[in-house]
Design a binder for this molecule. Structure first.
Ligand code: GSH
Length: 211
């Protein structure tokens, strides 16, 4: 059986959703740095000491995009990614790269500016710049969702699990999403999915919907 290391309120929620949507059996191991929960087990599984980690036959798979692709491939009937080799598959991979490389990373200075500078005035300046960048990304996502139920069209994919998770982080910042109506409707559509409800309940995040 697969072992999945996750921590609530992090990017690993996306993989948690993908696993539930795929209906793949797994053993979940919750990690918490604050509560010092299962940290040694996480370090033993992956020297990076970060979540998400998926372990199969004693071997670890790290990096959200790789794990999401693996999970989608294990449940082909669920169509959690377009078929390999198609233009649509590359479009889905493009979205995963955007979310993991550009969008997700821009939240770091919002939440952890003190990692780079202890000067609070500089922290505020950095946050302002970063917020403008995130808002530009939200506008791009909103525009891309026009006329669609999900980011790839009519079908829910692991891209939606990832996008829902990272856009949701706006909830913990001063960034408002109310002026992006396609995005607001999209988040609600994903939030209402039974697999998503199951994960949010498990991770104690049922209030996870930004305004
Ligand atoms: N590029 C990695 C990023 C992993 C990552 O940054 N994980 C964060 C949670 S979102 C983490 O474990 N942070 C704790 C730490 O770095 O100590 C991925 O896509 O999986």
């Amino acid at each position: 059986m697969l072992t999945f290391f996750y921590s609530t309120q992090t990017c690993s929620t996306a993989i948690h959703i993908a696993l539930e949507e795929a209906e793949i059996p797994f053993r979940g191991v919750e990690v918490s740095w604050k509560r010092k929960l299962n940290l040694a087990e996480l370090e033993a599984a992956s020297p990076l000491g970060q979540v998400p980690v998926l372990v199969k036959d004693g071997q670890a798979l790290v990096q959200s995009i790789a794990i999401l692709e693996y999970v989608a491939n294990q449940a082909p009937a669920k169509n959690l990614l377009p078929a390999a080799g198609t233009w649509e598959r590359s479009q889905a991979m493009s979205w995963l790269s955007f979310i993991g490389s550009d969008f997700q990373k821009s939240f770091l200075p919002m939440f952890m500016a003190s990692r780079w500078t202890t000067d609070t005035a500089v922290q505020l300046e950095v946050k302002k710049t970063v917020m403008a960048g995130i808002d530009k990304h939200l506008a791009y996502i909103n525009q891309s969702l026009a006329g669609k139920d999900y980011i790839m069209g009519k079908q829910f994919t692991v891209v939606d699990a990832f996008l829902f998770t990272i856009v949701g982080w706006c909830k913990w910042s001063e960034i408002k999403i109310g002026n992006h109506p396609n995005l607001v409707a999209y988040l609600q559509r994903i939030y209402d999915r039974p697999a998503v409800q199951k994960v949010l309940a498990k991770e104690e995040m049922l209030d996870f919907i930004p305004s």
